[in-house]
Design a binder for this molecule. Structure first.
Ligand SMILES: [Zn+2]
Length: 94
């Protein structure tokens, strides 16, 4: 039997792996992050992945491909950072 939304399962799997790879906590406030609370923020402005039209799947696979280009944060820190884009320095786990 086929899954209704196989991409969603795959997406969660990838997202979980990425969260672990990023240390599982917010770079801004050290808050523990889960699949539901983790957000990925681009370190540099990226036209393709900036703004409201970015696709989650495309984004998460891009995070996996280029982890050094992203920071993982909670919603509050992400917002804070988006406001101060370019000012906040992200430290990315290697
Ligand atoms: Zn935070």
């Amino acid at each position: 039997m086929k899954e209704k939304t196989p991409w969603q399962k795959q997406y969660h799997k990838v997202r979980d792996a990425v969260i672990v790879a990023f240390g599982g906590k917010c770079f801004g406030c050290d808050k523990k992050l889960t699949r539901k609370t983790a957000e990925f923020s681009h370190i540099e402005v990226d036209e393709e992945f900036n703004g409201g039209s970015r696709g989650s799947w495309k984004r998460i696979t891009n995070v996996m491909k280029h982890p050094s280009k992203y920071g993982m944060a909670c919603n509050a820190c992400h917002k804070k950072r988006d406001i101060k884009l370019g000012i906040w320095k992200w430290q990315v786990a290697t």
